[in-house]
Design a protein around this ligand. Structure first.
Ligand SMILES: Cc1cc2nc3c(=O)[nH]c(=O)nc-3n(C[C@H](O)[C@H](O)[C@H](O)COP(=O)(O)O)c2cc1C
Length: 140
């Protein structure tokens, strides 16, 4: 099994309806293909982690990079691993955009990130990197 993390910038025209369309399709496909992970949207940035069989994840990623709803897709990490970090999530989603989250919620989430990355008994480099970037996004 592999995990893959990338960063991207959402297209200017993206709205919450587009995001729910992405999530509905993604959760459907991911469930059928035993893919788990997490998508975070903050202002105009996305960060996503995908976990699953190597061939399945690579195929999905090759579709995701062609998706016109985002651009400047940057692969940040890709490695083999044994256990899923998001095993109960076909695609967890957090919208951390300024309008949707007040400062208190932001702080609580920020402080919980450490706990989230410690969920895994042995958090991988990619998992730590993922939560570190999410934490950095919250600083803007
Ligand atoms: C930020 C972002 C994340 C996405 N994540 C997933 C995902 O986890 N699973 C998925 O099936 N599609 C995901 N998609 C949608 C794919 O890019 C693509 O639209 C989908 O796989 C359907 O492709 P197809 O119509 O060529 O089969 C994502 C799209 C974006 C913009």
């Amino acid at each position: 099994m592999i995990e893959l993390i990338y960063y991207s910038i959402s297209s200017d025209s993206i709205n919450e309806v587009d995001i729910s369309t992405i999530l509905n399709a993604a959760r459907n496909f991911n469930l059928k293909n035993n893919i788990t992970g997490c998508l975070v949207h903050h202002n105009n940035e996305f960060i996503q982690i995908l976990e699953g069989e190597e061939i399945v994840i690579k195929e999905l990623y090759s579709k995701i990079v062609l998706d016109k709803r985002h651009h400047t897709i940057t692969l940040l990490a890709q490695n083999y691993k044994q256990e899923r970090h998001f095993k109960d999530w076909n695609m967890a989603y957090y919208n951390l955009s300024r309008d949707d989250m007040n400062e208190i919620n932001k702080k609580l989430f920020y402080n919980n990130i450490y706990a989230l990355s410690e969920f895994a008994q042995k958090p991988t480099y990619a998992i730590k990197l993922f939560w570190q970037i999410v934490q950095d996004l919250l600083k803007d």
